[in-house]
Design a protein around this ligand. Structure first.
Ligand SMILES: Nc1nc2c(ncn2[C@@H]2O[C@H](COP(=O)(O)OP(=O)(O)O)[C@@H](O)[C@H]2O)c(=O)[nH]1
Ligand SMILES: [Mg+2]
Length: 305
């Protein structure tokens, strides 16, 4: 095999790429352009297009390339399904992926759905994801494929959309502009795809040929599970502490009420007792007076008799 310029062309090693993002952003069109084929089904509108992951390994554009296209299940409507499909995509390439192509439409809109579609993958793959990622802006025709104009515009867009700015920063500011529309200029497209593949080759080299494999995905899954378990444990601990605190507050309240009622009862009893001794005192005094009266009467009667 005669390899000429750079990267994969030089080493002859197969480069495996996984395309991710929301439906309608241009993944399947890019997959076709990368492999110079029409085998990836391009959608019309949001309803049709790729139903399942599709993997093609071939020799194209002077390189051995593997491209795995992902479907519309990347839409956030069903994240679990999306994750399942991503795991399937990874299983297509047991030796691992060299490059993740995050495909975004280059218009200034960057919706919450688009953002979530990327986050779902990034969360699954962990930080390693960004070390292998290149952001590909499709619909370059909207900028007449003028890279300079696009770069200038991108500066402004990054200021307005912090998440996009962070994403590009995390991806080491690796990005490319492409036009894979049905009416694109083939010469322009070839030049853009070659530039993108050159960037991919450089990234493969700077990663020392290290791939992202199902082992990394599994390790990330375990790490996420562990983090989730710790979070649940922490929430449970907090719930238990709050319940204990609530119980202690209730116990103190009951204790306070019992003490108050006991004190009240004791004071009532003492008051009653005081009243009773006072009455007894009066009775005793009355008794004494009466006794004295009787005695006096008896003495008086005795004297008269
Ligand atoms: N004008 C233009 N249209 C594009 C471009 N890339 C994709 N499309 C169109 O966008 C629609 C969705 O493309 P598709 O590749 O199926 O997106 P996917 O759902 O992400 O796979 C299709 O009608 C494509 O022809 C582009 O660079 N320029
Ligand atoms: Mg598609």
């Amino acid at each position: 095999m005669a390899f000429s310029v750079n990267g994969n062309k030089r080493t002859g090693k197969r480069v495996a790429m996984l395309l991710v993002s929301k439906t309608g952003s241009g993944k399947s069109s890019l997959a076709n352009a990368l492999l110079d084929t029409k085998e990836f089904q391009v959608g019309r509108g949001m309803l049709s297009g790729t139903a399942h992951c599709k993997c093609i390994s071939t020799h194209a554009r002077g390189r051995d390339l593997t491209v795995v296209d992902t479907p519309g299940t990347m839409d956030v409507a069903d994240e679990e399904k999306a994750k399942e499909e991503i795991r399937r995509a990874i299983s297509f390439c047991p030796e691992g992926f060299d490059i993740f192509l995050v495909v975004l439409k280059c218009d200034a809109r960057f919706t919450a759905e688009e953002r979530r579609a990327i986050e779902v993958v990034a969360e699954m793959f962990g930080d390693e994801f960004y070390k292998h990622a290149i952001v590909v802006f499709s619909h370059g025709d909207e900028f007449d494929n003028d890279e300079t104009e696009f770069r200038n515009e991108l500066q402004e867009i990054r200021k307005k959309i912090p998440y996009l700015d962070q994403l590009l920063t995390r991806c080491g500011n690796r990005f490319a502009l492409v036009d894979n529309g049905r009416r694109c200029d083939r010469a322009v497209q070839d030049r853009q795809i070659e530039a993108l593949l050159s960037k991919a080759d450089s990234l493969v080299s700077s990663n020392g040929g290290r791939k992202y494999t199902s082992l990394e995905l599994e390790a990330e899954r375990r790490r996420a599970e562990e983090a989730e378990r710790k979070k649940a444990e922490e929430a449970e601990r907090r719930r238990a502490a709050e319940a204990a605190e609530r119980q202690e507050r209730q116990r103190l309240e009951v204790e306070r009420r019992v003490r108050a009622e006991t004190d009240q009862f004791r004071s009532r009893m003492m008051a009653q007792q005081q009243r009773r001794s006072h009455q007894e005192e009066i009775l005793r005094t009355v008794g004494n007076v009466m006794q004295f009266g009787l005695l006096l009467a008896a003495v008086t009667l005795g004297n008269e008799g």
